[in-house]
Ligand binder design. Sequence first.
Ligand code: ADP
Ligand code: SR1
Ligand code: MG
Length: 434
Amino acid sequence: MNTHDPARVPETYAPQTPQSLPGLLANVAVIRDLLGGAPERWVVEEVGDGNLNLVFKVRGPAGGIAVKQALPYVRLVGESWPLPLTRAHFEHLALVRQARHAPGMTPAVLHYDADMALIAMELLEPHVIMRRGMIDGIVYPSFAEALSTFAAATLFHTSDLAMAAADKKVLVADFAGNTAMCGITEDVIFTEPYMVSDNNRWTSPQLDDLAASIRGDSELKVAVSRLKLKFMSSAEALIHGDLHTGSIMVTQTDTRIIDPEFAFVGPMGFDTGAVIANLLLNYFSQIGHERAPGARDAYRRWVLSGIEDFWNGFHSRFLARWRHEAKGDAWPAALFDDPVARIHLAGEQERYMAGLFRDTLGFAAAKMIRRILGLAHNIDLEHIADADVRATAEARALMMARTLMIDPDNFRSIEAVTAAACRWNAIDPFGATG
Ligand code: ADP
Ligand code: SR1
Ligand code: MG
């Protein structure tokens, strides 16, 4: 597929239906063998619940697969918003690359059809989307360890700390064409929530004043524009690009990361920030999901401990890789092979991680604000039927996000962030703002 012509829809492309898909897949030996039986007997259902694509589950007598197909437009909005099919190319490339660095943590790619913009992959069962489980108050004991392992492995091994300079530049080039997906992020996360835009929506009238105050907040607009520039220009590592809890499928013992169609070589904090933002949004949303006040307190504590475990796990795993697997052309090992130099290197590594923590908090804040004021919302909050309760949760999240974005240096540790979340969760946001 020509990845440099984003408007191109191959003549051979056709959006699939449960009726047409078996005929297409019947030609692929690996899929025929895996599903078994006659293709006309395969059972197909469309299960896509994301904002952009079609996703089918296909089952035969011997097994099942998942099939994801890009549509030439944004599913959430409709055909009025065209979107290049090339995103399937970048998604399959990212899945293959992530599997190399974090084996067993993504669905295995079985087949890629560029003309159909279609990826056939391992069917994750009995996994559920983590966001949905968290709305139901389900604890996932292994997710923080798994997710911090995934983030540390994929980010470290695609950075200049691990890669030869020339290979890293090829990686940048491989994903440089994913411009339309980056453009969505640049618009709907870093720009539109801070201005009047037809794409924006929020719980109205409850949040009208808060939304207006954010649109008029120059300090915040400077802070978010600083983050936007970092997103656009910091080619640190191959990032997933949309690492929210809707891109994580879990069981009690297994964690898988799906849906890297926004992948490109960008700032690492965008991925770690996405994880923390979505856990914080779920934390604030619990007021709308508990059967009686306080009934989800233990779950709230678990969510906050998950945030701490994720960041602390990421921090130690990333540093461990840097100490023991740094083969990249940045920070050449030959310059740091005596004890004094190693002490200086260790100090610099801590400063690097502190900078990454600052970025993480800023990007987390941007992601919290966009999910409340921008185009695409989270069901953690959207599923709260009582608009006053929903607005209370949203206002608390917005207020916390503002402090994270404006003053990340106020938060010296992840525990300072979770303690602040506790405090924001106890305020009456409308009483406080009048
Ligand atoms: P989108 O890019 O439109 O957001 P996703 O990749 O997030 O699409 O997939 C949408 C939904 O399809 C997921 O929420 C999940 O329920 C289901 N899904 C996606 N991939 C798989 C898979 N490999 N196995 C099982 N279900 C999957
Ligand atoms: C127009 S797409 C809106 C959002 O859906 C995806 O999941 C990304 O988060 C994107 O920003
Ligand atoms: Mg998705």
